[in-house]
Design a protein around this ligand. Structure first.
Ligand SMILES: [Zn+2]
Length: 403
């Protein structure tokens, strides 16, 4: 074999190399770049929040156990139970966010893996292609090239050329190894994510069970209060007092606001505060609880069949004058519609408006629930016109009598 043919062979190799280098690239940038919407850091932050919630919860729990069997502290216990429920609801939201995070990370990792595997396949293909070209050119073996050297100096020059080829082969192999390692690391991470997502799902189920138990306990406590009116008369009187104080404040606030704005109310014009139920479980006015001497004056109506999940709607446009928690009304919102005209929504699980918010008719104020003096999920709804409570049933067309 003449030196010329060898050189020709090496040149054809060089050509293949040039093509390969161009295709493979030699930079050390990450093999796959993806814009990540969610990071492990986001999930870690959620876990920190969850730890803080757990601390908050254990503080409430220990106070609750101190109060166990103390009848004089029924109202305080009720408030603590509501706080515990609120923390548990936050825990549920947190775990749901963690699960969503894991799912997003799993999706991202799967996409990255797919890209890595495609790249590995392509590079491997090129490597095989190169080997095939070498075989066709009769240069499959470096030894064959060296063995055919004419003299020592020819051998040295052949060695130099071969070194270059070998270095390239080495870099291709390194590259393939690198991508393989990345694939394996990602597969391990994927397994880890799956395990953590499963654990979070188990936590979610357990926390949901906790929530039901806590709601039952809170409802049972109020049921006990309501069925032992004589025994708890002091505490029930405190509840009524609080409600009266709230009403007084509402009328003052709304009149002040109306005066500031030169805002005169037009009476009526309300829609239903929920769209999920028309069942009235307790009407406006005097109601007999079935227990002698326990009839109370109901200042609004109770709408049942709303569970812990119905949107509570502003029944008329206005301005939120109160969004707060009280031991009697639980989470409640008051909307002012002008001088002496307000609507009140009580016992909600959560509130989604703040004092000063301007609301349109039909805007969501919160979610129904059973906070405060409530023995089961319902919406307590009041209307005040000209500074006094009126019967909301007059404004609830198509209601179903369920009392
Ligand atoms: Zn009520």
């Amino acid at each position: 074999m003449s030196k010329r043919t060898i050189w020709k062979r090496m040149s054809s190799l060089a050509l293949v190399l040039a093509v390969l280098f161009a295709l493979v690239g030699t930079d050390t940038a990450p093999l796959v770049e993806t814009a990540s919407a969610v990071t492990q850091g986001d999930i870690d932050a959620l876990k920190d929040d969850a730890d803080a919630l757990a601390d908050e919860k254990s503080a409430i729990k220990s106070r609750l156990s101190e109060l166990r069997n103390e009848k004089a502290n029924m109202l305080e216990r009720r408030v603590l139970l509501d706080q515990q429920i609120a923390v548990t609801e936050k825990e549920i939201a947190n775990t749901e966010n963690q699960i969503a995070g894991y799912q997003a990370l799993l999706t991202q990792t799967a996409l990255e893996l797919e890209e890595n595997q495609k790249e590995e396949e392509e590079r491997y293909e090129l490597f095989c292609e190169r080997t095939r070209v070498m075989e066709e050119n009769g240069t499959a073996s470096y030894w064959a090239v060296l063995f055919n050297a004419e003299d020592f100096s020819d051998l040295l020059s052949r060695l130099a050329d071969i070194q270059e080829v070998m270095d390239y082969d080495q870099s291709v192999l390194d590259n393939l190894r690198e991508i393989r390692a990345e694939i394996e690391a990602k597969q391990a991470y994927q397994e880890e994510l799956k395990t953590e997502a499963e654990a979070a799902k188990a936590t979610l189920e357990a926390t949901k069970a906790d929530l039901s138990a806590q709601r039952e306990e809170a409802n049972a406590l109020v049921a006990e209060l309501e069925s032992n009116v004589a025994e708890y008369s002091e505490q029930l009187a405190a509840v009524e007092e609080e409600e009266e104080a709230i009403q007084k404040e509402i009328v003052e606030k709304t009149n002040q606001l109306a005066a500031q704005m030169g805002w005169n109310a037009t009476v009526g014009g309300y829609i239903w505060p929920v769209t999920t139920s028309r069942r009235i479980t307790s009407p406006y006015g005097n109601r007999n609880t079935g227990i002698p001497g326990a009839s109370t004056n109901h200042k609004g109506v109770d709408i049942g069949g709303v569970y812990y999940s119905s949107n509570v709607l502003a029944t008329k446009a206005g301005i939120v004058i109160t969004s707060a928690y009280s031991s009697s009304y639980g989470n409640y919102v008051v909307v002012s519609h002008g001088k002496g005209n307000t609507t009140l929504y009580a016992h909600m699980s959560s509130r989604s408006v703040s004092e000063g918010d301007v609301v349109d008719q039909g805007d969501v104020l919160g979610i129904t629930g059973s906070t405060g003096i409530s023995s089961g999920p319902h919406l307590h709804y009041e209307i005040t016109e000209n500074g006094s409570r009126v019967n909301p049933l007059d404004y609830l067309p198509g209601y179903i009598q369920a009392w």
